[in-house]
Design a protein around this ligand. Sequence first.
Ligand SMILES: CC(C)(COP(=O)(O)OP(=O)(O)OC[C@H]1O[C@@H](n2cnc3c(N)ncnc32)[C@H](O)[C@@H]1OP(=O)(O)O)[C@@H](O)C(=O)NCCC(=O)NCCS
Length: 152
Amino acid sequence: MFYPDNEYHIRQLTEADLAQVCSIEKRAYTIAWTDKVHAECVESGYPSLILKQGGAIVGYAIFNYLYDECHLMNIVTDPNFQGLGVATRLIKAMYDKARKSGMVKVILEVRESNTIAIEFYHKQGFAEIGLRKNYYKTTDGQEDALVMELIL
Ligand SMILES: CC(C)(COP(=O)(O)OP(=O)(O)OC[C@H]1O[C@@H](n2cnc3c(N)ncnc32)[C@H](O)[C@@H]1OP(=O)(O)O)[C@@H](O)C(=O)NCCC(=O)NCCS
């Protein structure tokens, strides 16, 4: 369970977290990132974050920096604990970390069918700035990505 009023910890995602992260990933998505992609993000030294409570990971944000832009590639809350403010806490921690590293904006792509994530990003203040045609695979084809931006 995630209890919003209880103590929680946000820290950098390390190799030791991969098993829990990959397990959440598979439960959160129909088309999930592979374990290999997650491992490569850690090996590459991405500054990604996890949120932990009571010893269990409840959410994570995978992101990287390019010049002065923070690219948010994946943000997930364990499906059992969604709607309780986990991703809001994680994304705010990412803003703080990215600002300290000199980033001036956050960029992301999101499936145009992912209305919950789009709603979440709007609530965080992201604006839609573009469309990438056929950016994502679906179970039976492809779909477009919305490109969204937040100025830090
Ligand atoms: C998108 C996601 C990360 C949000 O995580 P979360 O921890 O549930 O989000 P929060 O509880 O912090 O919600 C913050 C806001 O997001 C929006 N939101 C979250 N869940 C929502 C839902 N089911 N329906 C509509 N809006 C929703 C609301 O505006 C919410 O604010 P509110 O609680 O005041 O209504 C989560 O739904 C998830 O893991 N989805 C699967 C993975 C995914 O699609 N990630 C994004 C990839 S680009």
